[in-house]
Design a protein around this ligand. Structure first.
Ligand code: PLP
Length: 281
């Protein structure tokens, strides 16, 4: 059977825990082949991002074209996109080659607080890329930023019904489906806001399908761990791998959520800050 190919367009994380480095490990762990277009390089470690070098967008264009004109891709995964110009290039190049399914992780600010996409580029991401996206994987702050950027009201979610409502709102911005990650809002068993420290809290990720208007929930225990660096990148790459392997969206998401959950639970402490999850399980 031919190996499944995923084109990853994202930034490099010199600490190895997030970005392209994590994406490639996740894809390898799923038996998929990764080709890459690097949008930016970060100098970072587990304590934070020290600096970012933005790769010129015309060079990103060459990388994407080189990959798609030769090896090709079954799925495209988008992570840190670095600049508004690069977003234009991605939209143009993917449209020029017939666009495969796109998993878009709208990376904007790292957990440590570094700006990974300039604020001025958010509108570009929203208007150019969301309409091409098969599944968008925002966390709650990213979902709210995208909706606010469109000039729409966005109340702060407090319970599961609010999360589902937020997922629907963001889906109306263009993607076919949205996986809204609930990690920033730990819930009690009856789906109300929990205190962060509450050990019995749960995290609910909401998959909203804009075509069928159906919501599917993935529920996991709220894990208290310092090793969560790169969870967003890893989840989106695992979804991309599962889609490339032929799973439908619900199974692709369910299995990716589980992959990340096990990765957090079995992580080893690396560095003095927020370390990477385990990708080899
Ligand atoms: N660095 C790069 C290159 C990334 O793509 C990302 C997230 O997508 C991060 C850092 C931030 O990862 P985290 O927020 O998990 O620390």
């Amino acid at each position: 059977m031919a190996v499944k190919r995923v084109l990853v367009i994202a930034g490099s994380d010199s600490s190895g825990g997030a970005g392209l480095e994590a994406d490639q490990r996740v894809l390898a762990a799923h038996g998929c082949y990764a080709l890459t277009a690097t949008t930016g390089l970060t100098a970072q470690n587990t304590l934070g991002v020290q600096d970012i070098f933005v790769v010129p967008s015309e060079f990103v264009r060459k990388q994407i074209n080189a990959g798609l004109e030769d090896v090709g891709a079954d799925v495209v995964k988008l992570g840190m996109l670095s600049s508004a110009e690069t977003i234009d290039v991605i939209a143009e190049t993917l449209q020029a080659h017939s666009v495969p399914p796109i998993v878009l992780d709208p990376v904007m600010i790292s957990t440590s607080g570094a700006e990974l996409l300039p604020k001025a580029a958010i509108a570009k991401l929203r208007t150019r890329l969301l309409p091409m996206t098969t599944v968008l994987t925002p966390n709650i702050p990213e979902a709210r930023l995208l909706i606010q950027d469109a000039g729409l009201e966005v109340p702060e979610p407090r319970n599961l019904d609010d999360l589902i409502d937020l997922a629907k709102r963001i889906c109306s911005l263009g993607p076919k489906a949205v996986l809204l990650k609930g990690g920033h809002l730990p819930l009690t068993k009856d789906h109300q806001t929990a205190r962060n420290s509450e050990e019995s809290a749960i995290v609910v990720d909401v998959l909203y399908d804009g075509e069928t208007s159906e919501s599917t929930l993935s529920q996991t225990g709220y894990l208290i761990s310092k090793n969560t660096h790169g969870t967003g990148c890893s989840l989106a790459s695992a979804i991309a791998a599962n889609l490339a392997l032929g799973k439908d969206m619900r199974r692709a998401v369910r299995s990716a959520v589980r992959f990340v959950e096990v990765g957090i639970k079995t992580s080893s402490d690396l560095g003095r800050g927020s370390g990477p999850i385990n990708h080899f399980h």
